[in-house]
Design a protein around this ligand. Structure first.
Ligand SMILES: Cc1cc2nc3c(=O)[nH]c(=O)nc-3n(C[C@H](O)[C@H](O)[C@H](O)COP(=O)(O)OP(=O)(O)OC[C@H]3O[C@@H](n4cnc5c(N)ncnc54)[C@H](O)[C@@H]3O)c2cc1C
Length: 446
């Protein structure tokens, strides 16, 4: 091991990972005098899903889902203040569009991160353990500098996990990974090598798959682009006003008190609330395909739903996709030079928690048990907690990864850290009722 240094300060909270959610926690706790916070990110700077910052893509939620606004519209870290500081307020006003470019959201987050002394980049959290000190039980956090490998030790009363989700590839396709077969999260890095003259297959039917397909067909370099999915179709994500109300504190209240088996059943039925393709992207794709085929031009693309790619075989520089049709059960093969797996993201169980793992309560499926106010349930006899951001889909429902609920969740966490109501936590935020409506018993006349 390289040299080691021990920091004497005791922090109120140490955050692991600096994605939008922990960055929001850093920004919202910055003006709170009671909270001495520190955040670590292994990447050398803030960079939001860099492999998918494709030209022309936008946030799927309104700009109000920035890091702070839904908790505090007066925060200096708001997107509107970012616009003003960058002399873009008028342009945004004339743009008349709530959905900002994904690249601009990334730049906005970088602007916030640069102003926060609590954010440290290029630092990987290696392990977290619980230690007895003169100050009582504290979390000991070991962090490695990514440049020189130097290890430092920090102490904190609380932990905030903000490590996001990781690229997911079905087990049956994992063997083929490497070189020309890769996850969509690497798309722009791989695009630099060029797809000129190649047959490219995109697998999946979520937003990332659609954006990659659009970019490939629009770019016109690939010889042929195939888009395959095992889903029943290339369907739009629910985006009606009343559907959006599922991404609210009220829906979390309703979902949270359901038994776990019911939550799992509901989540299986709710894919299109958060996993489909935006209707606008579908329209853009359709317009592109229509234009590309005008005048009888040969279509250099094809789209096929209900098709499961069961495994991928590499044969003399070609990828052979072994497919089965999920409805008529036919088996067939497709050939490609490059295969892009837009097969989604999954929560990860962090290895750095291994020293405290035996203290953490798990459900029957080995998942964390999480309280309504985002604390891991543990056997630890202390009021020092491990908070979870975006790891609570199974307990709190579809809103867990949604950027629009980040400021709400951070308000709930900050109020606990400070021991007072720093940010007002809204209830009754939607028009509809999710649970049973109980009429008051009628009062008899006379
Ligand atoms: C391409 C894409 C677009 C999306 N667009 C939207 C959208 O428009 N609207 C919406 O509501 N949701 C969107 N989402 C869903 C979701 O909100 C985002 O994935 C969001 O980035 C989640 O933020 P996070 O803070 O949980 O994690 P992440 O952004 O994944 O950040 C986690 C960070 O933790 C770091 N880390 C992990 N382990 C350690 C460690 N041991 N030490 C130090 N650092 C560590 C990682 O390097 C990473 O930077 C999108 C998701 C993707 C993939």
């Amino acid at each position: 091991m390289n040299s080691q240094s021990k920091q004497n300060d005791i922090y109120d909270v140490i955050g692991v990972g600096i994605g939008p959610f922990n960055l929001g926690l850093a920004a919202l706790s910055d003006p709170v005098p009671e909270i001495n916070a520190l955040f670590f990110e292994r990447k050398s700077s803030f960079n939001w899903h860099p492999g998918l910052l494709i030209e022309g893509t936008t946030l799927q939620v309104p700009f109000l889902a920035d890091l702070v606004t839904m908790a505090d519209v007066t925060s200096k870290y708001s997107f509107l203040n970012y616009l003003q500081q960058h002399h873009r307020l008028y342009s945004f006003y004339f743009l008349e569009d709530f959905h900002i470019p994904r690249k601009e959201y990334n730049h906005y987050c970088q602007w916030v991160a640069e102003q926060l002394d609590s954010c440290r980049f290029g630092m990987n959290v290696e392990s977290i353990s619980l230690v007895e000190t003169e100050e009582g039980a504290l979390y000991e956090v070991r962090v490695a500098d990514q440049q020189d490998g130097r290890e430092s030790i920090y102490f904190s009363r609380h932990i905030a996990l903000g490590i996001g989700t990781g690229p997911h590839v079905p087990a049956s396709l994992r063997k083929a990974l490497g070189g020309e077969v890769f996850h969509s999260s690497e798309y722009l890095m791989k695009k630099q090598d060029g797809f000129k003259g190649k047959r490219v297959a995109v697998i999946g039917s979520g937003q990332s798959a659609a954006e990659v397909f659009y970019d490939l067909v629009g770019g016109g370099e690939a010889r042929h682009v195939s888009w395959l999915t095992r889903s029943k179709g290339f369907f739009p994500m629910e985006y009606s006003n009343l559907g959006l109300e599922y991404f609210s504190p009220d829906y979390i209240d309703f979902f949270y008190q359901l038994p776990q088996w019911k939550k799992d059943e509901l989540l299986r039925q709710q894919d299109l609330l958060y996993k489909g393709i935006s209707a606008k992207t579908i329209a853009d794709i359709y317009h592109l395909l229509y234009e590309r085929t005008a005048g009888g031009r040969d279509a250099a693309f094809d789209l096929q739903s209900m098709t499961e790619v069961e495994h991928i075989e590499l044969d003399r520089g070609s990828c052979v996709l072994h497919c089965s049709h999920r409805v008529n059960e036919e088996r067939f093969q497709r050939l490609a030079d490059v295969v892009i797996l837009a097969t989604g993201y999954k929560e990860r169980l962090p290895e750095f928690l291994a020293p405290v793992d035996s203290l953490i309560e798990k459900d029957e499926s080995g998942r964390f048990v999480i309280t309504r106010d985002y604390r891991l349930k543990t056997a630890v006899k202390t009021d020092h907690h491990i908070f979870v951001q975006n790891g609570e889909l199974h307990t709190h429902g579809v809103g867990a990864p949604d950027l629009g609920l980040g400021a709400y969740r951070n308000s709930v966490i900050i109020n606990q850290l400070a021991g007072r109501e720093v940010y007002t936590v809204s209830h009754k935020t939607v028009f509809q009722t999710f649970g049973a409506v109980k009429e008051k018993a009628a009062v008899p006349n006379g």
